[in-house]
Design a protein around this ligand. Structure first.
Ligand code: SF4
Length: 365
């Protein structure tokens, strides 16, 4: 089969053989033009005919399921303390250069109040694995946000916990949980994580969350150190097994205060290609156009939307702490006020041909 036939098959059946998926992952891209003026205008990216076909098919499927709607999630990065030491992460435990912070209960609630006024109907509470936020504190937070804003969904993104903890968060009212698996290959997992962490436990968490009843999000980095096309194939197959509601991917981006300081960033083009493949494999999925895409290229988030993504996650954290939640270098949107963030994103989304809706944005299975 040629590329056109493979893309048609993917669009119609939402699955492919391993060989066909690898073909789409490995097909060549055009070189990125290094003309800085074009880069500043976001015009230095060109697509091959095969990529145009793939991206067009993904956009057709996204429009068939979600129309032009784009859901917004208000992101509150409430702690950058973490007990883990993932090799790729700027807020890993051993990074002594990062200034640590925790938002108070009231600060988190006021971020949500402000977000609600701006039209957000989902709040994502994200943090490192910070033992100071006990289950009781998290449950109280969730309950208070839900009481103040019963029309909103609360998403947690706070790492690996016991099943009992997840059950307690769910019982307190949390609706969704984000936990990227990062890589589904055991060998690759151990290149990215210290020995005390385990892929099996990460997977156990994801299946526990599903069984409890959360809308579950997972995902991976594209171009992380040591990643192969086979690893990406394993990621896609794992996601098919998990069948998550949300799938977040972004290019791997280097942080200079990590053991991977001398590695290369991932590729924007390969990330876009994988967003499109994910849309075609999972037509119903909520797929964010990530901040990492916007960081690697000035129009990265717009490109993400045009190849199948349907969610954006602007930052609601207080501006004073945004720079401190530095998972990778040069993260964008660390200075703007929440209202500015919202209107900037609204413009970007409408320039790309879509529209932000005020809605919880639940999955359409
Ligand atoms: S990736 Fe997550 S778990 Fe790992 S060090 Fe960073 S914040 Fe902690």
């Amino acid at each position: 089969m040629n590329a056109k036939e493979i893309i048609e098959k993917l669009k119609n059946t939402h699955d492919l053989s391993d060989e066909e998926l690898l073909f789409l992952i490995e097909m060549p891209s055009l070189p990125v033009e290094d003309d800085w003026k074009k880069r500043m205008r976001g015009e230095n990216i060109r697509f091959t005919q095969e990529e145009e076909l793939l991206f067009g098919a993904a956009d057709d499927v996204r429009r068939a399921v979600y129309g032009t709607d784009v859901y917004v999630r208000g992101l509150v990065e409430f702690t950058n303390h973490c007990r883990n030491n993932c090799y790729y992460c700027g807020i890993r435990r051993d990074n002594r250069h990062v200034e640590r912070y925790r938002l108070t209960h009231d600060e988190i609630l006021s971020c949500c109040d402000e977000g609600h006024g701006l039209g957000f109907r989902t709040f994502v509470l994200q943090g490192g694995e910070d033992p100071c936020f006990s289950d009781e504190k998290i449950c109280q937070l969730v309950a208070d946000i839900k009481a103040a804003h019963p029309d909103c969904a609360v998403t947690l993104s706070i790492g690996e916990k016991t099943r009992e903890s997840y059950q307690a968060y769910f019982d307190a009212g949390a609706d969704r949980y984000l936990l990227r698996h990062e890589t589904a290959d055991e060998g690759h997992y151990h290149k990215l994580h210290p020995v005390e962490m385990s892929l099996n436990n990460r997977k156990r968490c994801l299946f526990d969350l599903k069984e409890i009843g959360f809308q579950v999000g997972s995902g991976f980095m594209v171009g992380s150190p040591g990643q192969t096309a086979q690893n990406l194939l394993a990621d896609l197959r794992f996601l098919q097994e998990l069948s998550p509601d949300m799938i977040g991917i972004g290019p791997y981006l280097v942080h200079n205060d990590t053991p991977f300081a001398s590695e290369q960033n991932g590729s924007m083009l390969l990330t876009l290609r994988l967003v499109a493949i994910l849309r075609l494999l999972f037509p119903y999925a909520l797929i964010p156009s990530t901040t990492a895409l916007g960081t690697i290229h000035p129009r990265g988030r717009e490109y993400g939307l045009s190849v199948g993504a349907n969610v954006v996650m602007p930052n609601l954290s207080p501006t004073g702490v945004r720079k401190l939640y530095s998972l990778y270098e040069n993260k964008i949107c660390t200075g703007d006020e929440s209202a500015q963030c919202r209107s900037c994103l609204e413009n970007r989304v409408s320039m790309a041909g879509y529209r932000i809706v005020t809605d919880r944005g639940d999955v359409k299975r």
